[in-house]
Write a protein that binds this ligand. Structure first.
Ligand code: SF4
Length: 332
Protein backbone atom coordinates (compact mmCIF):
# COMPACT_ATOMS: atom_id res chain seq x y z
CA UNK A 1 0.00 0.00 0.00
CA UNK A 2 1.44 3.31 -1.07
CA UNK A 3 0.22 6.76 -0.15
CA UNK A 4 1.58 9.44 -2.43
CA UNK A 5 -0.05 12.28 -0.46
CA UNK A 6 -0.20 12.48 3.31
CA UNK A 7 -1.95 15.34 5.07
CA UNK A 8 -0.69 16.00 8.57
CA UNK A 9 -2.38 18.15 11.18
CA UNK A 10 0.10 20.70 12.47
CA UNK A 11 -0.85 19.98 16.10
CA UNK A 12 0.28 16.36 15.90
CA UNK A 13 3.38 16.71 13.75
CA UNK A 14 5.62 15.65 16.67
CA UNK A 15 3.39 12.80 17.77
CA UNK A 16 5.29 9.50 17.95
CA UNK A 17 2.58 7.50 16.14
CA UNK A 18 2.40 10.11 13.37
CA UNK A 19 6.18 10.02 12.96
CA UNK A 20 6.19 6.23 12.85
CA UNK A 21 3.50 6.14 10.18
CA UNK A 22 5.23 8.86 8.13
CA UNK A 23 8.51 6.92 8.26
CA UNK A 24 6.82 4.13 6.30
CA UNK A 25 6.20 6.43 3.35
CA UNK A 26 9.51 8.26 2.83
CA UNK A 27 8.60 9.34 -0.69
CA UNK A 28 5.17 10.71 0.10
CA UNK A 29 4.36 14.33 -0.36
CA UNK A 30 3.53 15.52 3.20
CA UNK A 31 1.23 18.52 3.42
CA UNK A 32 0.59 20.25 6.73
CA UNK A 33 -3.01 21.22 7.46
CA UNK A 34 -4.85 22.91 10.33
CA UNK A 35 -7.71 20.43 10.77
CA UNK A 36 -8.43 17.13 9.06
CA UNK A 37 -11.89 18.32 8.05
CA UNK A 38 -10.27 20.92 5.79
CA UNK A 39 -9.37 17.99 3.50
CA UNK A 40 -11.79 15.26 4.54
CA UNK A 41 -14.89 17.44 4.11
CA UNK A 42 -13.73 19.17 0.94
CA UNK A 43 -16.36 18.99 -1.80
CA UNK A 44 -16.20 16.43 -4.64
CA UNK A 45 -13.94 14.03 -2.71
CA UNK A 46 -16.56 11.39 -2.11
CA UNK A 47 -16.01 9.04 -5.03
CA UNK A 48 -12.82 7.05 -5.28
CA UNK A 49 -12.63 5.23 -8.55
CA UNK A 50 -11.61 1.62 -8.48
CA UNK A 51 -7.84 1.23 -8.38
CA UNK A 52 -7.41 4.78 -7.10
CA UNK A 53 -5.56 5.15 -3.78
CA UNK A 54 -7.02 7.49 -1.20
CA UNK A 55 -4.90 10.13 0.47
CA UNK A 56 -3.87 9.52 4.07
CA UNK A 57 -4.74 12.10 6.69
CA UNK A 58 -3.07 11.97 10.11
CA UNK A 59 -5.11 13.76 12.72
CA UNK A 60 -6.23 14.10 16.32
CA UNK A 61 -9.69 12.94 17.29
CA UNK A 62 -11.26 15.80 19.23
CA UNK A 63 -14.76 14.30 19.24
CA UNK A 64 -16.63 11.99 21.61
CA UNK A 65 -14.18 9.11 21.03
CA UNK A 66 -16.59 6.44 22.29
CA UNK A 67 -20.09 5.89 20.87
CA UNK A 68 -23.04 3.66 21.79
CA UNK A 69 -23.45 0.81 19.26
CA UNK A 70 -25.81 1.67 16.39
CA UNK A 71 -29.25 0.05 16.21
CA UNK A 72 -28.45 -1.53 12.82
CA UNK A 73 -25.47 -3.40 14.32
CA UNK A 74 -25.52 -6.80 16.02
CA UNK A 75 -24.74 -6.57 19.76
CA UNK A 76 -24.27 -10.33 20.33
CA UNK A 77 -26.41 -10.13 23.43
CA UNK A 78 -24.04 -7.68 25.15
CA UNK A 79 -25.65 -4.99 27.22
CA UNK A 80 -23.01 -2.27 27.15
CA UNK A 81 -22.18 -2.14 23.47
CA UNK A 82 -19.95 0.65 22.14
CA UNK A 83 -17.83 1.36 19.14
CA UNK A 84 -14.91 3.63 18.45
CA UNK A 85 -13.25 4.79 15.25
CA UNK A 86 -9.53 5.34 15.48
CA UNK A 87 -9.53 5.18 11.68
CA UNK A 88 -12.19 6.54 9.34
CA UNK A 89 -12.59 4.90 5.94
CA UNK A 90 -11.12 1.78 4.50
CA UNK A 91 -8.47 0.65 2.04
CA UNK A 92 -10.97 -1.91 0.75
CA UNK A 93 -13.84 -0.89 -1.46
CA UNK A 94 -16.99 -2.90 -0.85
CA UNK A 95 -19.61 -1.55 -3.17
CA UNK A 96 -22.32 -1.77 -0.52
CA UNK A 97 -20.23 -0.21 2.26
CA UNK A 98 -22.20 2.31 4.32
CA UNK A 99 -19.08 4.44 4.71
CA UNK A 100 -19.75 5.74 1.18
CA UNK A 101 -23.01 7.16 2.45
CA UNK A 102 -21.68 8.28 5.81
CA UNK A 103 -18.47 10.16 5.09
CA UNK A 104 -17.97 13.15 2.82
CA UNK A 105 -14.71 11.74 1.45
CA UNK A 106 -13.03 8.49 0.48
CA UNK A 107 -9.75 9.60 2.03
CA UNK A 108 -8.41 7.72 5.00
CA UNK A 109 -8.16 9.45 8.38
CA UNK A 110 -5.94 7.89 11.04
CA UNK A 111 -6.30 9.40 14.49
CA UNK A 112 -3.02 9.22 16.35
CA UNK A 113 -4.23 10.06 19.87
CA UNK A 114 -5.10 6.48 20.74
CA UNK A 115 -4.32 7.18 24.41
CA UNK A 116 -7.33 9.56 24.58
CA UNK A 117 -9.59 6.78 23.28
CA UNK A 118 -8.07 4.34 25.78
CA UNK A 119 -8.75 6.84 28.60
CA UNK A 120 -12.37 7.18 27.50
CA UNK A 121 -12.79 3.40 27.45
CA UNK A 122 -11.23 3.16 30.92
CA UNK A 123 -13.77 5.72 32.18
CA UNK A 124 -16.59 3.51 30.88
CA UNK A 125 -14.96 0.40 32.35
CA UNK A 126 -15.14 1.94 35.80
CA UNK A 127 -18.93 1.93 35.49
CA UNK A 128 -19.54 -1.43 33.80
CA UNK A 129 -18.25 -4.22 31.55
CA UNK A 130 -17.78 -2.95 28.02
CA UNK A 131 -18.20 -4.69 24.66
CA UNK A 132 -16.35 -2.57 22.12
CA UNK A 133 -16.16 -2.82 18.35
CA UNK A 134 -13.05 -1.09 17.05
CA UNK A 135 -13.16 -2.03 13.37
CA UNK A 136 -16.53 -0.84 12.06
CA UNK A 137 -15.62 2.29 10.14
CA UNK A 138 -12.55 0.72 8.61
CA UNK A 139 -10.80 -2.65 8.39
CA UNK A 140 -8.23 -2.12 11.11
CA UNK A 141 -6.36 -5.36 10.51
CA UNK A 142 -5.88 -4.50 6.83
CA UNK A 143 -4.01 -1.38 7.98
CA UNK A 144 -1.87 -3.08 10.60
CA UNK A 145 1.38 -2.66 8.71
CA UNK A 146 0.73 1.09 8.59
CA UNK A 147 -0.67 1.77 12.07
CA UNK A 148 0.10 -1.16 14.39
CA UNK A 149 -3.18 -0.33 16.14
CA UNK A 150 -4.55 -3.87 16.43
CA UNK A 151 -1.46 -4.82 18.40
CA UNK A 152 -1.91 -1.79 20.66
CA UNK A 153 -5.55 -2.70 21.27
CA UNK A 154 -4.63 -6.30 22.12
CA UNK A 155 -2.20 -5.06 24.77
CA UNK A 156 -4.81 -2.63 26.11
CA UNK A 157 -7.45 -5.38 26.29
CA UNK A 158 -5.02 -7.65 28.11
CA UNK A 159 -4.86 -5.10 30.94
CA UNK A 160 -8.67 -4.85 31.27
CA UNK A 161 -10.49 -8.08 31.96
CA UNK A 162 -13.96 -6.49 31.92
CA UNK A 163 -13.43 -5.29 28.36
CA UNK A 164 -14.23 -7.39 25.29
CA UNK A 165 -13.10 -6.15 21.90
CA UNK A 166 -14.32 -7.18 18.48
CA UNK A 167 -12.09 -6.68 15.43
CA UNK A 168 -14.15 -7.13 12.26
CA UNK A 169 -12.17 -7.96 9.15
CA UNK A 170 -12.23 -9.11 5.54
CA UNK A 171 -8.48 -9.51 5.63
CA UNK A 172 -6.48 -12.74 5.82
CA UNK A 173 -3.62 -11.52 8.01
CA UNK A 174 -2.31 -15.05 8.75
CA UNK A 175 1.13 -13.76 9.72
CA UNK A 176 -0.28 -11.28 12.22
CA UNK A 177 -1.47 -13.83 14.78
CA UNK A 178 1.91 -15.47 15.31
CA UNK A 179 3.31 -12.13 16.50
CA UNK A 180 0.90 -11.67 19.40
CA UNK A 181 0.12 -13.72 22.47
CA UNK A 182 -3.59 -14.55 22.38
CA UNK A 183 -6.06 -12.62 24.51
CA UNK A 184 -9.37 -14.25 25.38
CA UNK A 185 -11.17 -10.89 25.34
CA UNK A 186 -10.14 -9.98 21.78
CA UNK A 187 -12.45 -11.52 19.19
CA UNK A 188 -11.40 -11.62 15.55
CA UNK A 189 -14.62 -11.47 13.55
CA UNK A 190 -14.25 -12.61 9.95
CA UNK A 191 -16.92 -11.44 7.54
CA UNK A 192 -17.54 -14.37 5.20
CA UNK A 193 -19.17 -14.08 1.80
CA UNK A 194 -19.38 -16.38 -1.21
CA UNK A 195 -16.43 -15.97 -3.55
CA UNK A 196 -18.77 -14.69 -6.30
CA UNK A 197 -20.00 -11.91 -3.97
CA UNK A 198 -16.42 -11.06 -3.02
CA UNK A 199 -15.38 -10.83 -6.66
CA UNK A 200 -18.35 -8.77 -7.70
CA UNK A 201 -18.79 -6.39 -4.77
CA UNK A 202 -16.03 -6.64 -2.16
CA UNK A 203 -13.25 -5.06 -4.20
CA UNK A 204 -9.64 -5.47 -2.99
CA UNK A 205 -10.59 -7.71 -0.04
CA UNK A 206 -9.11 -11.16 0.70
CA UNK A 207 -10.70 -14.17 -0.99
CA UNK A 208 -12.96 -16.51 0.99
CA UNK A 209 -10.16 -19.05 1.09
CA UNK A 210 -7.67 -16.50 2.44
CA UNK A 211 -10.13 -15.36 5.12
CA UNK A 212 -10.62 -18.98 6.21
CA UNK A 213 -6.87 -19.46 6.40
CA UNK A 214 -6.68 -16.30 8.52
CA UNK A 215 -9.42 -17.64 10.80
CA UNK A 216 -7.57 -20.92 11.16
CA UNK A 217 -4.34 -19.11 12.04
CA UNK A 218 -6.16 -17.03 14.68
CA UNK A 219 -7.79 -20.13 16.17
CA UNK A 220 -4.54 -22.05 16.24
CA UNK A 221 -2.88 -19.15 18.04
CA UNK A 222 -5.69 -19.21 20.62
CA UNK A 223 -7.68 -16.09 19.73
CA UNK A 224 -11.48 -16.26 19.87
CA UNK A 225 -12.93 -16.27 16.34
CA UNK A 226 -16.36 -15.18 15.22
CA UNK A 227 -17.88 -15.65 11.77
CA UNK A 228 -20.13 -12.92 10.42
CA UNK A 229 -22.34 -14.02 7.56
CA UNK A 230 -23.42 -10.44 7.47
CA UNK A 231 -24.25 -8.71 5.26
CA UNK A 232 -25.76 -11.42 3.09
CA UNK A 233 -26.03 -9.93 -0.37
CA UNK A 234 -28.80 -10.87 -2.77
CA UNK A 235 -27.91 -12.15 -6.22
CA UNK A 236 -30.18 -14.23 -8.48
CA UNK A 237 -28.33 -17.46 -7.59
CA UNK A 238 -27.80 -16.56 -3.91
CA UNK A 239 -28.94 -19.96 -2.66
CA UNK A 240 -26.34 -21.79 -4.70
CA UNK A 241 -23.61 -19.27 -3.85
CA UNK A 242 -24.26 -19.28 -0.10
CA UNK A 243 -24.70 -23.06 -0.13
CA UNK A 244 -21.30 -23.54 -1.78
CA UNK A 245 -19.72 -21.06 0.64
CA UNK A 246 -21.02 -23.08 3.60
CA UNK A 247 -19.60 -26.29 2.15
CA UNK A 248 -16.20 -24.57 1.94
CA UNK A 249 -16.42 -23.12 5.46
CA UNK A 250 -17.70 -26.26 7.17
CA UNK A 251 -15.22 -28.43 5.29
CA UNK A 252 -12.26 -26.46 6.62
CA UNK A 253 -13.19 -25.10 10.03
CA UNK A 254 -14.15 -27.00 13.14
CA UNK A 255 -17.23 -24.99 14.07
CA UNK A 256 -17.07 -26.16 17.67
CA UNK A 257 -14.06 -23.89 18.08
CA UNK A 258 -15.92 -20.81 16.81
CA UNK A 259 -17.08 -18.43 19.55
CA UNK A 260 -20.32 -17.52 17.77
CA UNK A 261 -21.71 -16.52 14.39
CA UNK A 262 -23.95 -13.75 13.14
CA UNK A 263 -26.33 -13.89 10.22
CA UNK A 264 -27.91 -10.81 8.69
CA UNK A 265 -28.95 -9.63 5.27
CA UNK A 266 -27.90 -6.25 3.92
CA UNK A 267 -29.60 -3.27 5.53
CA UNK A 268 -28.71 0.38 5.59
CA UNK A 269 -30.04 3.72 6.85
CA UNK A 270 -32.09 5.43 4.12
CA UNK A 271 -29.98 8.60 4.04
CA UNK A 272 -26.79 6.67 3.36
CA UNK A 273 -28.50 4.64 0.65
CA UNK A 274 -29.77 7.77 -1.05
CA UNK A 275 -26.25 9.14 -1.34
CA UNK A 276 -24.82 5.80 -2.49
CA UNK A 277 -27.46 5.45 -5.20
CA UNK A 278 -26.41 8.79 -6.61
CA UNK A 279 -22.75 7.77 -6.56
CA UNK A 280 -23.31 4.29 -8.02
CA UNK A 281 -26.14 4.48 -10.56
CA UNK A 282 -25.21 1.14 -12.14
CA UNK A 283 -24.66 -0.88 -8.99
CA UNK A 284 -27.11 -3.76 -8.63
CA UNK A 285 -26.32 -4.03 -4.95
CA UNK A 286 -27.35 -0.49 -4.00
CA UNK A 287 -30.06 -0.01 -6.65
CA UNK A 288 -32.09 -3.01 -5.38
CA UNK A 289 -35.72 -2.00 -4.61
CA UNK A 290 -35.41 -2.23 -0.83
CA UNK A 291 -38.21 -1.88 1.68
CA UNK A 292 -37.97 1.03 4.05
CA UNK A 293 -38.81 0.32 7.68
CA UNK A 294 -38.62 3.45 9.84
CA UNK A 295 -35.67 4.80 7.90
CA UNK A 296 -33.79 1.49 7.58
CA UNK A 297 -33.75 -0.03 4.08
CA UNK A 298 -33.65 -3.82 3.78
CA UNK A 299 -34.65 -6.63 1.44
CA UNK A 300 -38.40 -7.39 1.32
CA UNK A 301 -39.45 -9.35 4.44
CA UNK A 302 -40.05 -12.64 2.58
CA UNK A 303 -36.65 -12.57 0.88
CA UNK A 304 -34.86 -11.45 4.02
CA UNK A 305 -36.46 -14.29 5.98
CA UNK A 306 -35.66 -16.86 3.30
CA UNK A 307 -32.02 -15.80 2.95
CA UNK A 308 -31.29 -15.62 6.67
CA UNK A 309 -33.18 -18.84 7.46
CA UNK A 310 -31.24 -20.64 4.77
CA UNK A 311 -28.00 -19.97 6.62
CA UNK A 312 -29.24 -20.21 10.21
CA UNK A 313 -30.89 -23.60 9.59
CA UNK A 314 -27.72 -25.06 8.14
CA UNK A 315 -25.47 -23.51 10.77
CA UNK A 316 -27.74 -24.89 13.51
CA UNK A 317 -26.71 -28.39 12.42
CA UNK A 318 -23.13 -27.53 13.39
CA UNK A 319 -23.28 -25.12 16.32
CA UNK A 320 -25.70 -24.62 19.24
CA UNK A 321 -28.60 -22.24 18.58
CA UNK A 322 -27.48 -19.88 21.38
CA UNK A 323 -24.28 -19.20 19.44
CA UNK A 324 -26.16 -18.05 16.34
CA UNK A 325 -27.08 -14.38 16.40
CA UNK A 326 -29.53 -13.36 13.77
CA UNK A 327 -30.02 -9.76 12.83
CA UNK A 328 -33.82 -10.10 12.82
CA UNK A 329 -33.79 -10.92 16.54
CA UNK A 330 -33.05 -7.24 17.13
CA UNK A 331 -35.53 -4.46 16.66
CA UNK A 332 -35.03 -1.83 13.97
S1 SF4 B 1 -14.14 -4.00 4.53
FE1 SF4 B 1 -15.83 -3.17 5.71
S2 SF4 B 1 -15.27 -1.04 6.11
FE2 SF4 B 1 -13.96 -1.79 4.44
S3 SF4 B 1 -15.02 -1.19 2.54
FE3 SF4 B 1 -15.66 -3.28 3.07
S4 SF4 B 1 -17.55 -3.03 4.28
FE4 SF4 B 1 -16.49 -1.05 4.24
Amino acid sequence: MLFSHIYLEEEIKNNARAEKILSKFPNANVIEIGHYKDVFCRKRQDVLLQGQTPALILAKDRGRLLYPGAAVCQNFGREHFYYTSCVMNCIYDCEYCYLKGMYPSGNLVVFVNLEDIFAKVEEALQRQDVYLCISYDTDLLALEKVTGYVGEWIEFARRHSNLCIEIRTKCAGQRFYAQWAPAENVIFAFTLSPQAVIEQWEHRTASLQQRLEGARAALERGFPVRFCFDPMIYCPDWKMQYGEMLVQVLGQIDMERITDVSVGSFRIPQDYLKKMRKMLPDSAVVQFPFENDNGVCHYPDGLMEEMERFLTDRLAEKIPAEKIFRWKDQAF
